[in-house]
Design a protein around this ligand. Structure first.
Ligand code: CU
Length: 354
């Protein structure tokens, strides 16, 4: 029924428009074409002015209405640079936008056809051409220059004291790996990936660097405030993208080709909860690459906390090596497996590394 009404209304609208067009055609013939054309011209000129004013009011209104909905202050050092660049670009383009739009519509209105003046034929002016080519070229060079400078800073070598975290995307989840005490992520091979063998990332157990690596999934990634972090990014199936809107960072996750990016979180989750007044605030990881039907649900979370809190959290984890290769011998190792204490785990890692 609803569809019928919509079709009927559309048909009616079409009919009315058609009839009006036809009627105005007859009127034009009756009145004389010249006069009608001039009248239409006047109406168009006036409408252009209306469009300019309504458009500028619309721009102001949208800005006022939506400015509270943006993400707020960035929560990383690189985020400050990105935001600065964005605002400089917005200011420059806004000034250019207003000047060109006002000039465009005002000229169309002001210099519409008139019996009082004749058009002046002015085909070319080299000086003008140079001016409106050189000024935008300089402006764009400055903007792009800033962009390249920041890009190299963000994608460049991470500081030596940076912690490393691996993040791996697959349809449709994120998994993480921490390098453990040796601060080295062990080697991987994709054929080793096996949920049945408790090796979800395909770690090579022959590599001792893998023995203390901590695998984390199904819970937020943890990071330390004011400590640089280098993300080593990978994917298991298709291209995903690690999007960190609050830190203003993003990088593709490509199967077979690890990518990296580094930044320093400058605010803890607790601080953000206070600042935003939102007790449920979380730093979000969004997959920013269309990766399949479950793409929109591919969401991860990050908790930024103090070094002490982070250490307590990490100490509660068992290296995946131990989960995948439970000690076979009875005795001390087996006992400690049942108690699950941190020291016991450490001693087992030490044993395994021997
Ligand atoms: Cu994805």
């Amino acid at each position: 029924m609803q569809t019928f009404f919509i079709v009927a209304i559309l048909a009616l609208g079409f009919l009315i428009t058609f009839q009006i067009a036809k009627a105005s055609e007859y009127v034009a013939v009756l009145r004389g074409l010249e006069k009608t054309r001039k009248q239409t011209n006047k109406i168009n000129g006036f409408l252009l002015l209306v469009f300019l004013i309504a458009g500028l009011i619309g721009v102001y209104y949208c800005n006022e209405k939506l400015k509270g909905k943006i993400l707020g202050d960035p929560a990383s050092d690189h985020g400050v640079l990105i935001d600065r660049m964005l605002y400089i670009t917005l200011i420059i383009t806004f000034i250019v936008f207003v000047i060109t739009q006002v000039a465009l519509f005002w000229f169309a209105y002001k210099y519409q056809e008139s019996d009082k003046r004749k058009p002046y034929y002015y085909p070319h002016n080299n000086k003008l051409e140079v001016i409106w080519t050189v000024i935008p070229a300089i402006a764009l060079t400055v903007l792009v220059g800033f962009g390249i400078f920041y890009w190299f800073k963000i994608t460049g070598e991470a500081p030596k004291d940076a912690m490393q975290v691996e993040i791996v995307g697959s349809q449709f989840k994120w998994e993480y790996r921490y390098p453990g005490a040796d601060k080295v992520l062990g080697k991987k091979y994709y054929r080793e990936i096996s949920d049945a063998k408790m090796n979800p990332l395909g770690q090579l157990w022959d590599d001792p660097a893998n023995h203390d690596d901590i695998y984390v999934a199904g819970e937020p990634m943890h990071l330390v405030v004011n400590k640089p972090v280098k993300l080593v990014i990978g994917a298991k199936d298709v291209i995903h993208d690690v999007g960190l809107p609050h830190f203003r960072m993003k990088m593709d996750a490509v199967p077979g080709t690890p990518t990296t990016m580094w930044f320093t979180p400058t605010k803890t989750t607790r601080q953000m909860k206070e600042e935003t007044g939102n007790p449920n605030f979380v730093f979000e990881i969004s997959c920013d690459q269309m990766c399949g039907a479950g793409h929109t649900g591919m969401r991860g979370e990050i908790i930024v906390e103090s070094q002490e809190e982070f250490d307590v959290w990490l100490a509660g984890k068992t290296p995946q090596y131990i989960t995948a290769n439970p000690p076979k011998s009875t005795g001390v190792a087996a006992d400690s497996a049942s108690t699950g204490s941190v020291q016991a785990k450490d001693s087992r890692i030490a044993q395994l590394n021997k």
